[in-house]
Design a protein around this ligand. Structure first.
Ligand code: SF4
Length: 246
């Protein structure tokens, strides 16, 4: 990877470290031609809303793992229609999922841990999607997991998906925002939200691996609750969490 790209990203990271998320989005769209928001169907809808408010064309994509809640599928269409844009989808490779399910059944993650299933249903399709981008934008926040996301930077070189010849920049505009700030924004701007949030879900992923949490329970306790906290990354972000921006 060229040192000029590293320098460029380091400068961007320093300049945007304390910037408002909408400014980060705007600069991401200005600096990169092939850039898209990764939209999970949860609170990261604020990024879609902020991008729409900028009034410039933008791209967003979701991963359809095949195991999302029915509410999330309906919600993804709600967002698409509300903002009037073509939400893109990335799907797992059918043969890969078929092979896993035929060998281990539909719920192998309960016995073997979630990483194998996440690799087939999330990481592989994401990798294919990112191969066509120069930069991507996520809703990751530091307060989502003190254990694994406490060092999320606003701008970083993607340590998981960059290659020597194709550096990938990752923007996390909401890195410094709290959950309360996100919900203040959603309410103040009448942003449509996933109805699962009204039923106690905070972090929303696949249906078999997500459950509602009780008051004062951390949101990540609703994900892969049969595993230890240190294992609760699906591979989409895990390798980025210790990246230094210079
Ligand atoms: S979250 Fe669960 S169902 Fe979804 S890809 Fe990962 S292990 Fe599979």
């Amino acid at each position: 990877m060229s040192s000029s790209r590293r320098t460029e990203v380091a400068q961007l990271a320093r300049r945007l470290a304390d910037a408002h998320p909408q400014q980060v989005l705007e600069e991401a769209f200005q600096h990169f031609e092939q850039v898209a928001i990764s939209f999970s169907g949860a609170e990261d809808v604020v990024l879609v809303d902020m991008a729409a408010q900028l009034g410039i064309p933008f791209r967003a994509f979701s991963l359809d793992t095949g195991r999302l809640h029915p509410e999330t599928y309906r919600y993804l269409d709600t967002v698409r229609e509300h903002y009037g844009f073509d939400l893109e989808f990335a799907f797992p490779d059918a043969a890969e999922v078929e092979s896993l399910v035929n060998a281990k059944g539909l719920s192998s993650f309960l016995a073997d841990g979630h990483k194998e299933c996440c690799q087939a249903r999330k990481v592989a399709p994401l990798k294919r999607k990112l191969a066509g981008l120069d930069a991507w934008i996520t809703g990751q926040r530091r307060d989502q997991s003190v254990g694994t996301r406490g060092e999320v930077a606003v701008v970083e070189l993607d340590a998981a998906f960059s290659t020597e010849t194709r550096p990938l920049v990752k923007f996390n505009p909401l890195a410094a925002w709290s959950s309360a700030a996100v919900w203040d924004y959603i309410r103040a701007n009448d942003v449509p939200y996933n109805p699962l949030h009204a039923r106690g879900f905070i972090s929303i992923g696949c249906e078999p691996c997500t459950r509602a949490v009780l008051p004062n329970q951390h949101e990540r306790e609703g994900r892969w609750w049969w595993e230890t906290a240190a294992d609760k990354e699906c591979g989409l972000h895990a390798a980025n969490l210790r990246v230094v921006n210079d």
